[in-house]
Design a protein. Structure first.
Length: 350
């Protein structure tokens, strides 16, 4: 028998959210049932709910930043127990057999991973995300949330946290390295916290100086505004690594000019349009221009454990179910500091 679960649904592209119910599958031997406590709102949710990234599946229940507590476990599950604090990120299944899956890079599953929402199970059934009170998921794709991280602050780590942790770790952010974070929103504020905890010298490059105090509080050593016409000249040849978190067109050549020899600029934001650059901007200093996705299950667990060790959580604004539609508009206007998190106990109709 399926499980009927209260949820927030949007029924067509750009439609407001409304309360309803969805059906979760019956708990299988390898599954866990999670009581969702909090669901973060990622900008990806907006793109997909507004059908800005191509054809979407409606009705849609977004949410791939999920934190909660195990309510039940299947008979074959031994890695999780009732009462454990856990999380789910951007995917809930993969083939488990290809070279990428066996290497812990399930996000690049050759068969295609199963997205937490706006996707389809291998059976063809649509997936529904975290804007709900419960979810059933395979135990192998469920992360352990350390007890020291509050669940509301943990939820955004399952996307924003791993999206920024992965390139910082891969490109060697640490002592003696100068790291710049472009943009300080939901992704950017996590990049600042993580890079600082790794021991790097951290700079923020933002549109204005309005978030300077926050940036310094999160661990930034320096803060620069693009409203200063000489910013790129001042920073020429400075950084070992740039993490670009914004999803807008950029003067890439100017940013590359701020890299030191052998430096790298990594995109984690996804601009909607094709970007332009002069190849000489790379060749002139042995520089690298790269992109980075989320991490696999092992790296995501590594990130959560790192955050616990360094007392890192997301900066959040907690909202109720009635505020989600407005929150989407506020995010588009950059009017959030720094991640909206839905308290799921407000979802069921009173």
């Amino acid at each position: 028998m399926t499980i009927t679960v209260p949820a927030l649904l949007t029924k067509s592209a750009g439609a407001s959210f409304e309360r309803g119910t969805i059906e979760r599958r019956e708990l299988g031997d390898d599954d866990v049932l999670i009581d969702i406590a909090f669901a973060g709102i990622c900008h990806s949710d907006i793109h997909q709910a507004r059908e800005e990234w191509g054809k979407a599946i409606f009705p849609m229940v977004p949410g791939h930043e999920i934190a909660g507590t195990i309510a039940a476990v299947g008979s074959a599950v031994d890695k999780h127990a009732v009462g454990d604090h856990v999380g789910i990120g951007c995917f809930v299944d993969s083939c488990g057999e290809c070279e990428n899956c066996t290497a812990g890079n399930e996000q690049f599953c050759v068969k295609g991973n199963v997205a937490t929402y706006n996707g389809r199970e291998y059976s063809g059934e649509p997936t529904y995300g975290g804007y709900a009170t419960q979810i059933v998921a395979k135990a192998d794709y469920v992360l352990k949330v350390p007890a020291s991280i509050p669940l509301d602050q943990a939820a955004p780590l399952l996307c924003a946290g791993i999206t920024t942790y992965s390139p910082l770790a891969r490109f060697g952010a640490g002592p003696g390295k100068k790291v710049a974070v472009v943009g300080m929103g939901g992704l950017g504020h996590m990049a600042v916290k993580l890079a600082a905890a790794m021991g790097a010298e951290v700079s923020v490059i933002s549109q204005t100086m309005s978030k300077e105090a926050d940036g310094k509080r999160f661990g930034a050593d320096h803060y620069y505004a693009l409203s200063d016409s000489d910013t790129f000249g001042t920073l020429r040849g400075t950084f070992d690594l740039i993490i670009c978190t914004i999803s807008a067109d950029l003067p890439i050549d100017k940013y590359l000019s701020t890299l030191a020899i052998n430096g790298a600029m990594v995109f984690v934001g996804l601009p909607p349009d094709a970007q332009q650059l002069r190849v000489g901007s790379l060749i002139g200093g042995n520089k690298t221009l790269a992109g980075s996705n989320i991490g696999g299950i092992p790296e995501t667990q590594e990130m959560l454990d790192f955050c616990a060790e360094h007392n890192i959580g997301a900066e959040i604004e907690t909202i109720g179910a009635d505020e989600v539609t407005e929150a989407y508009d506020r995010i588009v206007k950059s009017d959030v500091r720094y991640r909206f998190v839905i308290d799921t106990k407000t979802i069921p109709a009173s």
